[in-house]
Design a protein. Structure first.
Length: 286
C-alpha cells in the first residue's frame, strides 16, 4: 500500500509523521473520510466543504487548494487500486516543539491521505438483518480526570488567553463554577484565609502538584477546603494561584482584566511556593 504524506507517496511502512507533530501530541488536527464507490468519490464536495470549515475554525491554513487535494486523493486511490473503499484525509497544524500555543510564525500543516478497499456499503450483508446498538451517557469529553493527549480544547483556550495577554485560562462549568486551568489546577484563598480548590471528580485532572501543595499547606498549618468556587468568588478572593508540575505554585493577580485583591502575589501563595520544594519528593534521576 501507498500512503501520501506531505508531498510524497510512500510505501506503507515508511509513511511516518514526526513525534512532535501537533496531531500526535495535542490532537490539534482535523480529518475527513470519504467513500469511494465504483471509482467515484461520494459527496466529495460536502466533505471538502466541511474539511475547509474545520480548518478555518482552528485557524489552520489549508495545506493546498481543493483541486490539488482532489488530485492527491485521486492519485492515492489509483496507486492503491481502490475501486470500492474509503479515502482518509488528515490535516494537523504541523510539526513544532510541544507548546499549547499555536506556532508563531505558523509552520506548514501536515497532510496525510490514505485509501483502502472496504466492503461497498451497497453490498454489506448486515443491512439484510440490521444491527444492534447500546446507549450510554454522553461523555464526549467529560473525562478530564484522565491525562490524555486530547488537548485541542486546551490549545484553543491558551491561544485565546495569549491573545488577551493572559498566561492561562480557567474553565467555568454550566453552574458557573471554575473547574481548572487549561494546563493547571485552580486555587483561591478566601477572605478568612482558607485555601479553596475544586474537589476531584471527572471534571478536573488530579494534579500531582495540587496534591503536594495540599501537603505543603498542611505542613504550614493552613486550612485547605476542597470545594468548588465561582468566578465571582475568585474575583473577590484574597489570593488566587495555579499549580502544575512546571509552574509549581504560580500567583494569579488578574482575572478577566480585574485585579485580585491588591494585584500582587499574596502571602500564603508565596509561602506555599517557597515551601513546596521541602515537601515534594526528590528522587535521583535514573
Ligand atoms: N490540569 C490540567 C488540565 C493539566 O494539563 C495539568 C498539567 N498537566 C494540571 C491540571 C496540573 O497537573 P500536575 O500538577 O500533575 O502537573
Amino acid at each position: 500500500r501507498i500512503i501520501y504524506v506531505n508531498g510524497r507517496y510512500l510505501p506503507y511502512h515508511d509513511a511516518k509523521v514526526h513525534v512532535e507533530d501537533r496531531g500526535f501530541q495535542l490532537a490539534d488536527a482535523v480529518y475527513e473520510v470519504i467513500e469511494v464507490s465504483d471509482n467515484s468519490l461520494v459527496d466529495a464536495t460536502r466533505h471538502l466543504t466541511r474539511l475547509w470549515r474545520s480548518l478555518s475554525e482552528l485557524s489552520i491554513s489549508p495545506p493546498m487548494s481543493e483541486p490539488a487535494l482532489c488530485h492527491v486523493m485521486g492519485q492515492t486511490i489509483r496507486r492503491n487500486r481502490v475501486r470500492n473503499g474509503l479515502v482518509y484525509l488528515q490535516v494537523s497544524r504541523g510539526e513544532s516543539p510541544r507548546d499549547f500555543l499555536f506556532p508563531d510564525p505558523p509552520v506548514p500543516p501536515t497532510l496525510v491521505c490514505l485509501a483502502r478497499a472496504t466492503i461497498p456499503a451497497q453490498v454489506d450483508q448486515r443491512a439484510e438483518t440490521g444491527i444492534h446498538i447500546i446507549t450510554m451517557p454522553e461523555t464526549r469529553w467529560k473525562r478530564c480526570d484522565i491525562k490524555t493527549v486530547m488537548l485541542l480544547p486546551a490549545c484553543l483556550a491558551k491561544q485565546q488567553a495569549h491573545a488577551q495577554s493572559a498566561s492561562e485560562a480557567w474553565f467555568v462549568d454550566a453552574e458557573g463554577l471554575i473547574t481548572e486551568g487549561a494546563s493547571s489546577n485552580a486555587w483561591i484563598v478566601d477572605r478568612s484565609g482558607r485555601l479553596l480548590t475544586r474537589p476531584l471528580d471527572n471534571t478536573i485532572l488530579p494534579g500531582i502538584t495540587r496534591r503536594t501543595v495540599m501537603d505543603t499547606a498542611a505542613s504550614l498549618g493552613l486550612v485547605v477546603e476542597e470545594s468548588p468556587f465561582t468566578v465571582a468568588e475568585a474575583l473577590d478572593a484574597a489570593e488566587a494561584f495555579i499549580t502544575s508540575a512546571t509552574n509549581t505554585v504560580m500567583p494569579v493577580i488578574m482575572i478577566d482584566g480585574q485585579r485580585i485583591s491588591s494585584g500582587t502575589p499574596g502571602p500564603l501563595c508565596r509561602q506555599l511556593r517557597r515551601s513546596f520544594a521541602r515537601v515534594a519528593e526528590h528522587s535521583p534521576v535514573g
